[in-house]
Design a protein around this ligand. Structure first.
Ligand SMILES: [Mn+2]
Length: 209
């Protein structure tokens, strides 16, 4: 029986990612689900991406797209995303790669391979959430990486529990249909990176130092 290990919104904080991964005793059947926002704000976006790719050589890993990767992928075609990249931590990412163009030279294949969600029998893993007015197959890309209150503070109709990041909380947000695990890593110095281990209906939270 595999367990799912969800991690989101690392935002360039490689030390916190390493600390969290060190605390997780993973087995060969476990599946890591990285839920986006690997980059921006923190000091080592490139190191974070290297580390999660490395994790994929030892364990099954799923890599989702976050709002910051969405902005990165669209910033050269769209001024609005350029503004977001420039003002929400993108310069730290360019710095860690030694320049913007290197981001795509080094990890272009990775950034272009990211998925919008990962669906299992019991769970939907997704960066920001879904628009509750529409079924999963009718969701638009921007909602899946940017939606907040309309998703969080209303009920959805999916049979799966939705595991999400993107919107920060002081402690994990838990209601009957969803769990949010972004605790502001990369934004607040003292924020811990949170991992959620889903083990046959049991939910366990683990925190970085
Ligand atoms: Mn984020």
């Amino acid at each position: 029986m595999s367990r799912y290990i969800a991690i989101t919104d690392i935002h360039g904080e490689l030390d916190k990612l390493n600390s969290l991964l060190d605390k997780i005793e993973a087995g060969p059947n476990d599946i890591f689900v990285f839920m986006g926002d690997y980059i921006d704000r923190g000091p080592n976006s490139r190191g974070v991406v290297d580390r999660i790719i490395e994790q994929g050589k030892k364990y099954k890993c799923v890599y989702l797209i976050g709002s910051h990767e969405y902005a990165l992928l669209h910033c050269k075609q769209d001024d609005y995303y350029q503004f977001l990249f420039d003002n929400y931590g993108g310069p730290a990412t360019s710095g860690s790669y030694g320049g913007f163009d290197n981001i795509f030279k080094i990890h272009g294949e990775f950034f272009n391979s990211l998925k919008f969600y990962y669906l299992t029998d019991k769970y939907l893993f997704i960066h920001a959430g879904i628009n509750p007015a529409y079924p999963l197959e009718k969701q638009n890309e921007v909602d899946m990486v940017y939606i907040r209150g309309k998703f969080i503070y209303s009920k959805h109709n999916l049979p799966q529990k939705i595991i999400f990041g993107h919107t920060e909380f002081d402690k994990p947000y838990v209601d009957e249909g969803k769990i949010g695990i972004d605790l502001g890593c990369g934004k607040y110095k003292n924020a811990h990176l949170c991992g959620l281990i889903l083990d046959n209906g049991k939910e366990e939270f683990i925190y970085s130092d």
